[in-house]
Design a protein around this ligand. Structure first.
Ligand SMILES: *Cc1c(COP(=O)(O)O)cnc(C)c1O
Length: 384
């Protein structure tokens, strides 16, 4: 593959748009092909002809996608999984019985559910801390803490956790720091550069951006025993991303910067428009100067505050009304796609949810922002 001249310091946005200046060396195609083979032939010495041997370990298309992702995160290595959750499960699989994990109380419900299961069935110990309280993360540390897992901004309240500070605390206690960066893709936050050991992304969300695949990424600061163990777990679980999804992801990543910039601009406009609205009890968005940790967010989200925000309706009934009376926003779960979504979060998470019943989670896409504002206004108008 032709590489751009060495002396050129290209910005990550350029490298993402060109999928690392991809040109096929055999015929010049500017887009990589899909290699769906499950097995790979050997040469006359019976040595593998390339990196791949069998598709459960990975393959050329996954390698290509991982190269682009590692570049975006400034990672030594990125590993792609069939879903965000399978990446999280692989990471937690590296814990030993008796190890202690620290994790925010409110966060992505799949992660929290999985951790509770490990505590019940596998002898992992966990402390859940209140991410809105200063000093709570440090107080949750114990001598046996092996993993500090954080999410920032935390889903769906969008509390902000200082990644650099969390890294200092984790490392002082001899633990690794892993950051769920799903809402803050590398075009705005490069967690590894802020001190994290692992940056996790659900590739289902912003990285792909088109709501047409599920995938997960673990971006690792270092090669070595830990990276090898994660790769082995992925092979044995059979959770490597398939070639077609990896190919779609490479395509999605080309527009990551553009999509995220637009979503961030529109989300900020929406947050400003609805802050103080008479039919709402509040707007949760780290990009608003009124957000309690706006300054930390501004420091660690340099490419925009993203497209995720929550509106607090005046009651559960009002929230239900708004979620069911939008004509532009689509009432569906997930986030980070080009189409805007609205979720009555408690209805999605179910009876064990700790989310406020009046919370509406919005994922802002790339539509005309005036249409999005007008849609919410008309839904609010009829709200009880
Ligand atoms: C979606 C999501 C996950 C899980 O990813 P899947 O691709 O759905 O398995 C984890 N964390 C956050 C913050 C998410 O939004």
């Amino acid at each position: 593959m032709p590489k751009p001249p060495r002396q050129m310091q290209l910005s990550p946005a350029t490298r993402a748009a060109q999928a690392l200046h991809y040109v096929n060396p055999a015929h010049g195609a500017v887009v990589p092909g899909i290699e769906p083979a499950s097995t790979f032939a050997r040469d006359s010495d019976y040595a593998p002809m390339g990196r791949a041997v069998y598709s459960r370990d990975g393959g050329p298309t996954v390698d290509q996608a991982e190269a682009v992702l590692a570049d975006l995160d400034a990672a030594a290595q990125s590993l792609l999984f069939t879903s965000g959750m399978s990446a999280i499960v692989a990471l937690f699989e590296t814990l030993r019985t008796g190890d202690h994990v620290v994790c925010p109380e409110v966060g992505y419900h799949g992660t929290i559910t999985w951790l509770h299961r490990l505590v019940e069935l596998r002898g992992i110990r966990a402390t859940f801390f209140d991410a809105t309280k200063d000093g709570a993360l440090e107080a949750a540390m114990e001598p046996g803490t092996k993993l500090v897992w954080i999410e920032t901004p935390t889903n769906p309240n969008w509390d902000v956790i200082d990644i650099a500070e969390a890294a200092r605390i984790a490392h002082a206690g001899g633990a690794r720091l892993a950051v769920d960066c799903t809402v803050t893709p590398p075009c705005t936050t490069r967690a590894l550069e802020l001190g994290a050991d692992v940056a996790f992304h659900s590739a289902t969300k912003y990285l792909n951006g088109h709501s047409d695949l599920t995938g997960g990424v673990l971006a690792l600061r270092e090669e070595g025993v830990f990276a090898d163990e994660l790769r082995l777990v992925r092979t044995l679980h059979g959770t490597v991303m398939p070639a077609f999804e990896a190919w779609l992801l490479i395509r999605g990543l080309r527009t990551l910067y553009l999509r995220f910039e637009r979503a961030s601009e529109s989300a900020l406009a929406i947050a400003r428009h609805f802050e103080g609205h008479p039919k709402l009890a509040g707007v949760l968005y780290p990009g608003l100067p009124s957000h309690p940790r706006h300054e930390i967010a501004a420091r660690q989200m340099q490419g925009g505050f993203g497209g995720m925000l929550s509106l607090m309706a005046q009651s559960r009934k009002a929230a239900h009304h708004i979620a069911t009376h939008c004509n532009v926003f689509i009432p569906a779960t997930s986030l980070g796609g080009v189409e805007s979504l609205i979720e009555h979060r408690i209805a999605v998470e179910g009876p064990h949810s700790v989310v406020a019943p009046e919370l509406l989670r919005l994922s802002i896409g790339i539509e005309a922002v005036a249409d999005l504002i007008a849609d919410l206004e008309q839904a609010l108008e009829g709200a009880p």
